[in-house]
Design a protein around this ligand. Sequence first.
Ligand code: TMP
Length: 209
Amino acid sequence: MPIAGKFITFEGGEGAGKSTQLRRLAEQLTASGSVVRGLREPGGTAFGERMREVLKQPGAAIAPAAEALLFAACRAQLVAEVIAPALAAGEVVLCDRFVDSTVAYQSGGRGLDRALVESANRLACGPLRPDLTVLLDLEPAKGLGRAAVRDRGQADRFEILGDAFHRAVRDLYHQLAREEPGRFLVVDAARPPDAVAADIWHEIARRFR
Ligand code: TMP
């Protein structure tokens, strides 16, 4: 049976397999008759894709507060231009990263005040919240190793940050999942992609169908 008007986000550290799992879920939902919109952050709009290049470029001098606000600005554009209209039209919106990424990376990783980061995101998104957030959980060293293979060693501005940064990101993701167990599905992303996809599909069926 198709599902409609749901907002599902994918979160996790580097190399956790978010884009693969998003694509697989999109294929399964489409096959079952849902109208699906797959998006990524930062990106998904002309403005967001330009900012993505800026934000990921190694060596770019961007202060932590500027970084948090740029991610929130990209999100504000994406919500207004794409996500809100798509949900209103009954589409299922799958988004590779959303507000939790800014909380995990810019508050957990960079050390910005969490309440301030969240308030910038309330400005960006209004009351919009994901119906389900899939957290692909993976040991940072393993994820960074996978990302290095994928990107042929061309690490971006976040991938070059050390183990302590990525551990802090993971810790904050765990905290978010503990705070909102009803919104999060935490999946062990160290397993083969088929097993991860099966867990996600099982949860979609349990919640929405
Ligand atoms: P990715 O989506 O290909 O992983 O690249 C996005 C990078 O930007 C990733 O390293 C995480 C980082 N990021 C943040 O630091 N904060 C955010 O709010 C978002 C959306 C991404």
